[in-house]
Design a protein around this ligand. Structure first.
Ligand SMILES: [Ca+2]
Length: 207
């Protein structure tokens, strides 16, 4: 059976939660056999479609090398302040951006009574803007999944870089009248698996 880039796109859709794999699709798409289809599997399938071997560097090895070099690899969310009706952009950034990083995914959790997100309302940042597969989904109320991958050589190492900017609309106070809520990062996978996270915060401002 020939593997095509469409298979990689399908695996990416499974990774993002845009589609649910059948048992057969899960078995075929879970290349590293860890029980889920994530961007590591999708990248592998993309490489196979290009006639290359299905390999990716181990995120654990990369993390160990960065830590040994004195780095503290982290994915961080910015903070937002706004009044109801305002449009705000939340930047998510990596520090550092290691050479060779070519696939990642993570979830962003927010208070859906404070903020509204429409799937697709994002802009790829400097880290991911040249990667051919980039996408998001609203997995559940208050939970965005973002992912990106590239089978091509990524740029040189950098001290930091923006992965994505997510655009939110401020809705209003939450049900208990609170005016602050956390912007959390979870489920880091792919090349940033095991990295630490720094949460951001949303602060509601009165009109
Ligand atoms: Ca897998």
């Amino acid at each position: 059976m020939t593997v095509t880039t469409n298979d990689a796109l399908l695996a990416f859709a499974f990774a993002m939660g845009q589609r649910t794999p059948s048992p057969d699709e899960l078995c075929a798409g879970d290349i590293d056999d860890n029980g889920i289809i994530d961007t590591s599997d999708a990248l592998c399938i993309f490489n196979m479609a290009l006639g290359r071997s299905c390999s990716f560097t181990s995120a654990r090895d990369d993390l160990a090398a960065l830590t040994a070099a004195g780095e503290n690899p982290a994915l961080s969310a910015g903070s937002l302040t706004g009044a109801p009706g305002e449009i705000l952009c939340l930047e998510i950034w990596l520090s550092p951006v290691p050479a060779g990083l070519n696939h990642l995914q993570f979830d962003v959790l927010f208070d859906e009574t404070h903020l509204r997100y429409e799937p697709g309302a994002y802009e790829a940042g400097a880290v991911t803007e040249d990667w051919p597969i980039v996408g998001d989904s609203l997995l559940a109320p208050g939970r965005i999944r973002f992912g990106a991958l590239s089978p091509f050589d990524s740029g040189p190492a950098r001290s930091a870089g923006i992965v994505v900017s997510l655009q939110f609309e401020v809705v209003g106070p939450n049900s208990d009248g609170g005016h602050t809520s956390a912007l959390r990062l979870q489920e880091l996978k792919g090349g940033i698996c095991g990295w630490s996270v720094n949460s951001g915060e949303f602060i509601l401002r009165g009109r």
